[in-house]
Design a binder for this molecule. Structure first.
Ligand SMILES: *Cc1c(COP(=O)(O)O)cnc(C)c1O
Length: 469
């Protein structure tokens, strides 16, 4: 591609993205594509000859776009948010343009030092304890796996990397913990049978008395407690595990404490939520995702550790061809995680924090929480709907229930209701199961979601209800 063509399409794409972000509400939130629809429109073999950018661009619009589910739609209430922002997109564009692979300090000193700096900014914004060191991982799943690997090394006296995992090393998490814990436990070689799920209370928070009991039972049986994962904001219902109590237990028994605040951690930037991370002084590691609810496009996950030496000792590999003269004086982030090659992710985060300012970020996060409360109020004041979990931040768990049906019938009814709601195309909600009840989830966190969008969601829900009643 010559420079002029690059320029032409570069301008055109930026124009297109600006319009897209402005008008995304015109698309159906969830793609209507059926399995195989998109693939059937794509050639089975790659082109031998160069193709015109005009044709590629045309195909993007006619083939790819209909197969896109629009996460930036103001009617996005599904799963969890994964929002972007204009500042983030511009940062990402420069990252792609520079094309630097930032595996060690020397391969781009600015990338390493900006990463160190913006993660320190994030630490301050969340009110995490001083002295934590941060590193960007691709996802919370990777960060949690990294924590499990470090905990495994520490619990084995740094022998498991050398000789493999021996004995029954145990990991504890609440029954509501994210599936990435189980995946990490399997990959890290603990064995899934060594993942101990701790029962939760009526708010779906981990019961710390049951945690301590499980740890004692394991010690008595000759097993080795290695890691506790506490969740601040479960994905299912944003339940908050009691961090101070869990932290004291971990300290008492000398167990690694990893905190998974992937989704809800963002809420801690608000003064009124300073309680959310109370007890984080006990954490050995902590993860939250700016790529979920902090306007930084996927992927960007912030991982903090109390003692980077333990992390580095777990991860370091130092073949001759990767050694550089500055190794002693700088952070070589290849030793702070699993992958060697690293994208320059700190740039978009830096753009986002500077362009919004911390005050601007707080304003929009506060708005989301207020909108969720508003929706929860509608549910509470309706005779036909009920809340199924406390609304701790920006997620509302609810269902239709007029009191006339059995649990089984209610589950079927609410499942059908959700399908109808989503067929409307103007909003997208997903579900979970809480205490055996099929539960609709309304997660408010899209950058451009406003009061009218909540009102529209409520209208869609009521209309869908009329249709199936
Ligand atoms: C979303 C989520 C994860 C996984 O995040 P990824 O970055 O997609 O790996 C882990 N834990 C919780 C609590 C989450 O909400």
């Amino acid at each position: 591609m010559d420079k002029e063509t690059f320029r032409q399409y570069g301008y055109e794409f930026v124009d297109w993205i600006a319009d897209y972000l402005e008008n995304v509400r015109k698309y159906p939130v969830r793609s209507a594509a059926k399995p195989g629809d998109i693939k059937s429109l794509l050639p089975a073999h790659p082109p031998e000859e160069s193709e015109d950018m005009a044709d590629i661009w045309k195909d993007f619009q006619s083939i790819i776009l209909p197969g896109i589910t629009h996460w930036q739609h103001p009617g996005w209430f599904a799963f969890f948010p994964a929002n972007n922002s204009p500042a983030s997109v511009l940062g990402e564009l420069l990252t792609a343009g520079i094309g630097a692979q930032c595996m060690v300090w020397e391969t781009s000193p600015a990338a390493a030092e900006l990463e160190e700096t913006v993660l320190e900014w994030l630490r301050q914004m969340l009110g995490l304890p001083e002295g934590l060191s941060g590193v960007i991982q691709d996802t919370a799943s990777t960060a949690t796996l990294t924590a499990l690997l470090t905990a495994r090394e520490v619990a084995s006296g740094f022998s498991s990397n050398e000789t493999g995992v021996a004995g029954n090393m145990r990991v504890y998490a609440s029954a509501e913990a994210h599936s990435s814990i189980e995946k990490g436990v399997k990959i890290a070689g603990y064995g899934r049978s060594n993942l101990c799920y701790i029962p939760t209370d009526e708010n779906y928070s981990m019961r710390s008395d049951r945690l301590e009991q499980a740890i004692r039972d394991d010690i008595d049986a000759g097993r080795k407690p290695a890691c506790v994962v506490a969740t601040i904001g479960t994905t299912s219902s944003t339940a908050i595990d009691p961090l101070p109590e869990i932290g004291r237990i971990c300290r008492k028994y000398g167990i690694w404490l990893h905190v998974d605040a992937a989704f809800t951690g963002t809420a801690a930037i608000l003064e009124e939520n300073s309680d959310l991370l109370k007890g984080s002084e006990y954490a050995d590691s902590f993860v939250f995702n700016p790529h979920k609810w902090l306007f930084t496009n996927f992927d960007c996950s912030a991982y903090f550790v109390k003692d980077p030496e333990l992390l580095i000792r777990t991860m370091t590999i130092n073949p001759e061809y990767l050694r550089t003269a500055s190794d002693e004086k700088v952070n070589n982030y290849r030793d702070w995680g699993i992958q060697l090659g690293r994208r320059f992710r700190a740039l978009k985060l830096w753009f986002v924090i500077r362009e919004y300012g911390v005050g601007g970020l707080k304003e929009i996060v506060r708005k989301h929480i207020r909108l969720a409360q508003l929706f929860a109020y509608r549910i509470k004041s309706s005779e036909e709907f009920e809340l199924l979990a406390p609304v701790t931040t920006n997620l509302v768990c609810f269902r239709w229930n007029d009191g006339s049906k059995s649990t089984k019938e209610l589950n079927e009814f609410n499942k059908n209701l959700l399908a109808l709601i989503n067929n409307s195309g103007s909003v997208y909600l997903t579900h979970t199961v809480l205490s055996g009840c099929y539960t609709l989830r309304m997660a408010v966190g899209q950058r451009t979601t406003e009061k009218e969008d909540i009102a529209r969601a409520w209208e869609v829900i009521k209309t869908s209800l009329e249709l199936i009643k």
